[in-house]
Design a protein around this ligand. Structure first.
Ligand SMILES: Nc1nc2c(ncn2[C@@H]2O[C@H](COP(=O)(O)OP(=O)(O)O)[C@@H](O)[C@H]2O)c(=O)[nH]1
Ligand SMILES: [Mg+2]
Length: 750
């Protein structure tokens, strides 16, 4: 019913709209996507029409009214039918496309919402009374869900007799995905994933697998005719459920998600599109009136696709190497044999998490088979196709058992909810109510008495006696943390800025910077506190402890209402690639700061005196366009520290000119939400990266043991020590089970 009323009301709202040709497979147009539509006639009289438009009357497709009988339709398709007398087939005039509509390109939207949320209104609001839309097709069923296609332009078409006709471009596609409810389970997510990923295979099959992500590739894939879905519009209920969050978690890395109404929970924001309209009207304005918004969405979709492609490629590589350990034919683009160890070092810690996850999923489509499987699809059928979900459901297969158990979680929770509501029913008895209220009051009284002493936040329990902090923190103080890998030049930056050797430089055994030291920068208006932080991967102190020190320092300063003027991130321009340590530091830095702090971040390159010629400039460009791209797009700036006081002062000056912020992500996570350190985004990222490292060390241990002999004995011992240290850190970053349970029940914010 919904579909009928939508089409009907759409038609009503377009008085000039042409009757819709319901033929689902219009013949491929021969002309390019440009329209030379003559000005729309204002009256139906033949004499008032411009001469060129006489061809309208001879067209058989879009410009003719629907034919009541199938036979008639058959005749209509025959071009000789165009020879009927014009006045008898006078059509309504075509709507004139707007210049923007003509250049919009393909817009493919997925709409997802839980049961009862009424998804139909989104497509109605997007298409109705939209001046860019010149034609709306009927609702159709597809494998992905109900689809409606609309056009913002016409295609000029010339048949064998040289007669023109105009066909709708049908370049806007809105797919209503199947609705779900709280009893839906993991199958839903894998189905959604395969829908979102179906065009990924189409694109990936036509690309050279050896070609790594580059700006040229990104530019091509994000063109206006890209087959990728532009965005997923997620209609979330007022209180988002665990399943809603799971969906955002799973699909956020695959497609730009736009949540309506805008999500209140800021912790999910990093996974969403940067286009966050406040209403459907704002969404429509962004999609149909703003070329910038569309290009942002397309490039976000492309980034996600390219990342997916990297993960798939690595998974394939691992499979190839497992199948054929002495792989002669498998070589990396430089012609050297592929080395797993090199690959691991290169992708630690970020990408390898995704690869490891994909390997665990067990749904690998290996390179050879995937080619074969999708070849015919690419060659003969360019329409998106859902990839079959390969998950195995052998009841004795361990992942199946896990999946099965997970599918029970929804009903289990529903059951608990029912039990609780039955308890409430019993409580409606007066006597029981009096007793319950009495008990409740006593409980509240006791806990208030306990809390009256002092409420201790989780982060306060992480403090240690030898932590150093500002003596008398004040509300007006401005903090500038300086972060980056060890040896990036943080201490040198501070010394040169202050004009004296205050911070100890280089690596003495005590690793001076491992403690967090602060220095006051002279400023007449307020106190500016520079914070010298240790980098992750300090030789003497483990990463968890470094995270603890930075996190506690920042939480204390936020708690004391000190503000953040900005954050300086230092990176050596001498680094040839963003590998291992550099990558880990950058990932953790992003998670510590969160996307909302981007405008106050200065990404600074150091050691320019150590690079020659154009090398530094080229690397700087690569940082801007690749590794720092997202954060720069959110407002971060780049600077060079040239080991001079002037260049250091310029950086501080540019930070002090910005509006200070109250808190970066980890500060609000610890102080406002009262999370455990292990629950923060940075804590979780560190845990993942430590686990990946553990895998590498374990594999190394196995290799050393196979090798055997006296000479590797010391190495084995050292390796075992490293494994033990990693296990201890990972354990310290585990979220305790009772706390997990409370989070699951929603008593503690996840
Ligand atoms: N050539 C050169 N060396 C630098 C520069 N900045 C720092 N260094 C050296 O890099 C090493 C590490 O510097 P340090 O400030 O301790 O780095 P931190 O670990 O980030 O505090 C020291 O030996 C510094 O002398 C620079 O701009 N150019
Ligand atoms: Mg230092």
């Amino acid at each position: 019913m919904d579909s009928i009323s939508t089409s009907a009301s759409t038609l009503r709202s377009f008085p000039q709209l042409l009757p819709i040709n319901s033929d689902p497979s219009p013949s491929e147009p021969s002309s390019p996507r440009s329209s030379h539509l003559p000005s729309s006639p204002s009256s139906d009289s033949v004499s008032s029409l411009p001469s060129v438009s006489s061809s309208f009357f001879f067209s058989s497709a879009a410009a003719s009214p629907p034919h009541p009988h199938p036979e008639a339709e058959q005749i209509a398709k025959d071009s000789t039918h165009g020879l009927v007398i014009p006045s008898l087939t006078l059509p309504t005039a075509l709507r004139i496309p707007t210049p923007y509509g003509q250049t919009l390109g393909d817009l493919k939207l997925l709409v997802l919402g839980s049961k009862d949320i009424g998804k139909g209104f989104v497509s109605r609001l997007l298409l109705e009374q939209n001046e860019e839309v010149v034609e709306v097709g009927p609702w159709e069923d597809s494998a992905a869900g109900r689809v409606i296609r609309a056009s913002t332009d016409w295609l000029e078409h010339r048949d064998a007799h040289g007669l023109e006709s105009f066909e709708p471009t049908r370049n806007v596609e809105i797919v209503e995905l199947p609705e779900y409810d709280s009893t839906s389970n993991v199958h839903l997510i894998s189905t959604l994933k395969s829908i979102v990923q179906s065009p990924f295979y189409t694109v990936s099959n036509v690309l050279d697998p050896a070609h790594r992500p580059s700006s040229v590739l990104a530019g091509l894939v994000s063109s206006p005719l890209t087959p990728l879905y532009t965005a997923l519009i997620f209609l979330s209920p007022s209180s988002s459920s665990v399943l809603d969050n799971l969906i955002i978690d799973a699909l956020g890395p695959q497609i730009p998600i736009i949540v309506l109404p805008r999500l209140v929970d800021a912790s999910q924001n990093a996974k969403l599109s940067s286009f966050r309209p406040s209403s459907i009207i704002a969404l429509r304005a962004g999609l149909f009136h703003s070329p910038e918004t569309i290009s942002v969405l397309r490039s976000e979709a492309t980034d996600r696709f390219l990342r997916w492609r990297e993960v798939e490629k690595s998974v394939d590589d691992i499979h190839m190497s497992q199948r054929n350990d002495t792989s002669h034919h498998h070589r990396d683009p430089d012609g050297k044999p592929w080395s797993k160890a090199k690959w691991e070092a290169e992708w630690l810690p970020s990408l390898s998490q995704d690869v490891a996850k994909r390997l665990r999923e067990g749904t690998i489509t290996e390179r050879g088979t995937r080619r074969l499987k999708h070849y015919d699809h690419v060659r003969f059928d360019d329409s998106p196709r859902i990839c079959m979900n390969n998950t195995r459901y052998d009841p004795l297969y361990f992942p199946s058992l896990v999946m099965f158990s997970m599918s029970l979680l929804g009903p289990l929770r529903a059951r608990m909810r029912r039990t609780l509501s039955r308890i409430f029913e019993i409580a409606s008895d007066t006597h029981v109510r009096v007793a319950v209220i009495g008990g409740f009051c006593i409980g509240v009284g006791l806990s208030t008495m306990k809390r009256l002493g002092k409420k201790t936040n989780q982060w306060e329990k992480e403090q240690k006696a030898d932590d150093i902090f500002v003596d008398n923190p004040q509300e007006g103080d401005l903090v500038i943390p300086i972060m980056g890998p060890s040896g990036a030049g943080k201490s040198t930056f501070i010394n040169i800025l202050l004009g004296e050797e205050r911070a100890s430089v280089g690596h003495d055994l005590k690793s001076h910077t491992a403690q967090i030291h602060h220095y006051i920068f002279p400023d007449p208006h307020r106190r500016v506190v520079l914070v010298d932080t240790p980098g992750f991967d300090d030789t003497n102190i483990d990463d968890r402890e470094i995270l603890r020190r930075i996190a506690v320092w920042l939480a204390r300063s936020y708690n004391a209402e000190m503000k953040l003027a900005g954050v300086i991130y230092l990176h050596e321009i001498t680094q040839t690639r963003m590998l291992g340590t550099a990558r880990k530091n950058l990932d953790l830095f992003y998670k510590l700061c969160g996307p909302n702090a981007a405008k106050n971040i200065v990404l600074t390159t150091t050691k320019w005196d150590e690079v020659v010629g154009e090398v530094g400039v080229r690397r700087e460009m690569q940082l801007r366009e690749e590794h720092w791209k997202d954060i720069i797009a959110r407002g971060s700036t780049m600077a060079r520290f040239e080991r001079t006081r002037v260049s250091a002062q310029a950086i501080i000056k540019s930070i002090l000119a910005r509006e200070a912020i109250n808190a970066v992500q980890i500060q609000s996570e610890l102080v406002d939400i009262d999370k455990l350190l292990a629950e923060t985004a940075a804590g979780q990222t560190l845990r993942y990266s430590l686990k990946d490292l553990l895998e590498v060390q374990k594999r190394m241990a196995a290799q050393l043991k196979v090798k055997g002999g006296e000479e590797v004995r010391d190495q084995i011992i050292e390796n075992d020590n490293r494994i033990r240290a990693l296990l201890a850190q990972i354990k310290a970053l585990d979220i305790p089970l009772p706390r997990k349970f409370m989070r699951w029940l929603g008593f503690v914010k996840a």
